[in-house]
Design a binder for this molecule. Structure first.
Ligand SMILES: Cc1cc2nc3c(=O)[nH]c(=O)nc-3n(C[C@H](O)[C@H](O)[C@H](O)COP(=O)(O)O)c2cc1C
Length: 273
């Protein structure tokens, strides 16, 4: 049985979980083709869904859902009635709408969603000074990813014939979720930029940018295209790109999430079957 493992990962958390999931499927005797669809150019190539027994989709949570560019890209794929599974990495705040909305999209695209999972990952906005899941994913998350893979393998192989069960009700309407998406620049108030720092013009930031927003020569992201994923800052070998200081919004964010830093960082991932 051959699996297509398709994931988006701007700062590497989802990619690290994808590697563990790939290894675990291979240990179970499955062949796995990995498709990292983060850079814009990779989403312009067609993936031959027909050549796979089943598909696994991995995404970070961006403003409570899968990133908009991934939701839009998923809407271009025909699932051909194949089984699929989803997993998300998230930075410690609201994650459940991502399971709902992605399941809905994949079901509409003619996939049968059999399982899902969420795993902690250092919050992207830690780049500016937040302190959410600073050391995650860690070994406990990798162990949970292995459990998720075994359960999903049973569903893909038919040993477990069930599909993904009921999820907790989503507390947000699509309109509210669209509003959250438009608010991200309340935290990332300054676009990723070089601000005069040294740069060898290796172009890595521009080549990696998922939306074609980063201009390496001028060292600044385009306001209309940037999704604040910070893939450019994470990939820069000279750490030349920075955003604004986010420390000031950290306590406010914890209050808004009705949590404390200690409680937040103790969270564990979850598997949904
Ligand atoms: C624009 C944006 C919005 C985000 N929104 C959420 C969110 O709603 N809930 C949450 O828990 N984490 C959120 N995060 C944090 C990411 O989900 C988390 O850091 C993830 O592991 C990043 O994955 P990656 O390293 O694969 O890109 C957000 C990150 C970004 C960049």
């Amino acid at each position: 049985m051959k699996i297509g493992l398709i994931y988006f990962s701007a700062t590497g958390n989802t990619g690290r979980m994808a590697k563990v999931i790939k290894d675990s499927f291979e240990k179970l005797g499955m062949e796995v083709d990995e498709h990292d669809v983060t850079p814009l150019s990779t989403r312009q190539k067609v993936i031959d869904i027909d050549s796979y027994h089943a598909i696994v989709f991995g995404c970070p949570v961006h403003s409570l859902r899968a990133p908009k560019i991934m939701r839009e890209w998923m809407r271009t794929i025909d699932g051909q009635g194949k089984k699929c599974s989803m997993f998300f990495t998230y930075g410690g705040f609201t994650v459940h709408p991502a399971h709902h909305s992605t399941r809905q999209i994949l079901t509409e695209q003619n996939f049968i969603v059999v399982s899902s999972a969420e795993f902690p990952g250092a919050h992207t906005f830690n780049h500016g000074g937040w302190r959410a899941f600073t050391d995650r994913p860690d070994e406990s998350d990798f162990d949970m990813a292995k459990e998720y893979t075994i359960a999903t393998f049973k569903k893909f192989s038919g040993e477990d014939p069930s599909i993904l069960g009921e999820l907790d009700k989503s507390t947000y309407s699509e309109e509210e979720l669209d509003n959250f998406e438009s608010l991200r620049f309340r935290v990332i108030t300054k676009l990723p930029s070089r601000d005069g720092k040294n740069c060898s013009l290796c172009m890595a930031c521009e080549e990696f940018c998922p939306t074609g927003a980063m201009d390496a020569e001028i060292g600044l992201a385009d306001n209309d295209k940037c999704i604040a994923c910070l893939g450019c800052a994470a990939i820069c070998p000279e750490q030349a790109l920075s955003i604004n200081d986010t420390k000031g919004s950290w306590d406010f964010k914890l209050d808004l999430g009705k949590t404390t830093e200690k409680k937040l960082n103790m969270q564990q991932g979850k598997i949904y079957l």
